[in-house]
Design a protein around this ligand. Sequence first.
Ligand code: RTP
Length: 155
Amino acid sequence: LDKMGGINEQTFIAVKPDGVQRGLIGPIISRFENRGFKLVAIKMVVASKEHLEKHYSDLSDKPFFGGLVSYMASGAICAMVWEGRDVVKTGRAILGATKPSESSPGTIRGDYCIDVGRNVCHGSDAVESAQKEIALWFDKSEITSWKSAQQSWIY
Ligand code: RTP
């Protein structure tokens, strides 16, 4: 087995407007950094409703869709791309279950929120959706390629 296999997998992680307002960008970044993942893109964005309707197009028939889009458009979001082996799946585990009442203590949602409509963070749910979301939120030129000096200690 190639020891470096899959280490270029990427996921889209966002700190939602409530997370930004509550000062949780730092703690959220720390959890991904501490795990050993590599931050390859980051920016603050106030997204338009049109952009968010595209981002959440799979949820357009849900009763909470309008409220979700308004909440996400209500302030600045910290948009990021994180890289590393199994980062999509592990990223979801770091975030915790969508419903805070089901997210374990030790996860971001399990430690920082109560309400599903104010659940502080987003993470792509599959490798294919990650690729779509990264392309929606970032231009290729905004995604860096750099070699972590710690890499040989992580893999
Ligand atoms: P996310 O996309 O934000 O990482 O969340 P997710 O995949 O874990 O959950 P998903 O089912 O895709 O829902 C997206 C976001 O919609 C909001 N939501 N509100 N009011 C409700 O019942 C409800 N259900 C979901 C949450 O903010 C959820 O993260």
